[in-house]
Design a protein around this ligand. Structure first.
Ligand code: IDP
Ligand code: MG
Length: 150
């Protein structure tokens, strides 16, 4: 079982795509175990995107991600990291496969609706930035046995 960090970015919130992101991940069979809406302080944004700090797009990325509220979430499920990446689509929305969130809703690499951790290690690091352990819930869904043979 894996947990992964997902964030609806400011463009996704402004465009009313919060429900779309949550709905697609729910229908995929993943389980929501943590959720909050926040306007990221610059320090938190820089910590989250620290692996990209030397990239030319870093200043713009920090400006964008702090430009409005985001929806921060933790999703759980078997191979949850890869499952979210697949639902999300490639980084550049123009080349992302139609049918993915980015492929269906984006045109700009800087405004690609949603973030999802790229590995189990990144997920652990990112979840710890946004959530205290006590803010994440554990619960069973009766539907789970119809989603995976576990
Ligand atoms: P990912 O979000 O698909 O994991 P990353 O390579 O981790 O993509 O990049 C993090 C975020 O930085 C992307 O989602 C995108 O918003 C932004 N970004 C990545 N590459 C570029 C670029 O070349 N120009 C502008 N923004 C970029
Ligand atoms: Mg990434």
């Amino acid at each position: 079982m894996e947990r992964t960090y997902v964030m609806v970015k400011p463009d996704g919130v402004q465009r009313g795509l919060v429900g779309e992101v949550i709905g697609r991940l729910e229908r995929k069979g993943l389980k929501l175990v943590g959720l909050k809406m926040i306007h990221l302080p610059r320090e938190t944004a820089e910590k989250h995107y620290a692996p990209h700090k030397d990239r030319p797009f870093f200043p713009g990325l920090i400006r964008f991600i702090t430009s409005g509220p985001v929806v921060a979430m933790v999703w759980e499920g078997p191979r949850a990291v890869g499952a979210v990446r697949a639902v999300m689509g490639a980084t550049d929305p123009v080349t992302a496969t139609p049918g993915t969130l980015r492929g269906d809703y984006g045109l700009d690499i800087g405004m690609n609706i949603v973030h999802g951790s790229d590995s189990v290690e990144s997920a652990e690091r990112e979840i710890a930035i946004f959530f205290q352990p006590g803010e994440l819930v554990s619960y069973d869904k009766d539907l789970d046995r119809w989603v995976t043979e576990g």
